[in-house]
Design a protein around this ligand. Structure first.
Ligand SMILES: [Zn+2]
Length: 192
């Protein structure tokens, strides 16, 4: 355990690269973790997060998870990432593009929101509050049109159903028949 001058545990994480049966693995050691996690990112990188553990523990964990890792990598590689940059996402032009689509769908669906907000978000494309405020991720403007329309119709549909019930999905599907494709594309988007 690493302690600082005051005797507190240093909670820094250490990144190392491991090689396991020709698989390149980024190992992030975080002393504060309780469990270990393996994930495959959209670019098929293998990320292993663990507390301070022995190399034997890591080896056994990887052995146990090897089949899952290889399968997951294969499926990730068959759906390659869609890479976009963030240029211009804060511009008025980007905002206007999204506002136009929101107004289009609100009219088409016969729905009214109280306010439209834009934020740069990490893990969500949009949200709809109980006070009918629609928030869109500024990054959305960079995604394919079918994704933009899907996210907007999805958030607007929450003005009617504040859940992801069957009725909610039916409503979205009525306006966006290609929702499944849009969702699949959104799951592959990576920003650099
Ligand atoms: Zn939703």
């Amino acid at each position: 355990m690493v302690l600082n001058k005051q005797g507190y545990k240093i909670r820094s994480s250490i990144n190392t690269n491991l090689n396991f049966k020709e698989l390149q693995i980024t190992h992030i050691c975080k002393p504060q973790l309780k469990n270990s996690y393996i994930s495959i990112d959209k670019k098929a990188n293998i990320i292993l997060k663990t507390p301070q553990v022995s190399s034997t523990y890591i080896h056994n964990l990887l052995l146990k998870k090897e089949v899952w890792i290889r399968k997951k990598i294969q499926s990730t590689l068959s759906h390659p990432p869609l890479i976009f940059n963030l240029d211009g996402i804060h511009s008025q032009k980007s905002k206007d593009i999204l506002i136009k689509r929101v107004e289009h769908f609100a009219k088409k669906m016969g729905l009214q929101y109280s306010e439209l907000k834009f934020r740069k978000m990490k893990s969500r494309w949009g949200s709809c509050s109980s006070t009918k405020v629609i928030t869109l991720n500024k990054k959305l403007v960079k995604t394919p049109d079918i994704c933009v329309d899907y996210v907007i119709a999805h958030e607007l549909a929450h003005l009617v159903h504040m859940n992801h019930s069957k009725q909610f999905h039916t409503l979205v599907q009525t306006y966006i028949p290609y929702s499944a494709k849009a969702k699949e594309l959104l799951s592959r988007i990576v920003f650099e």
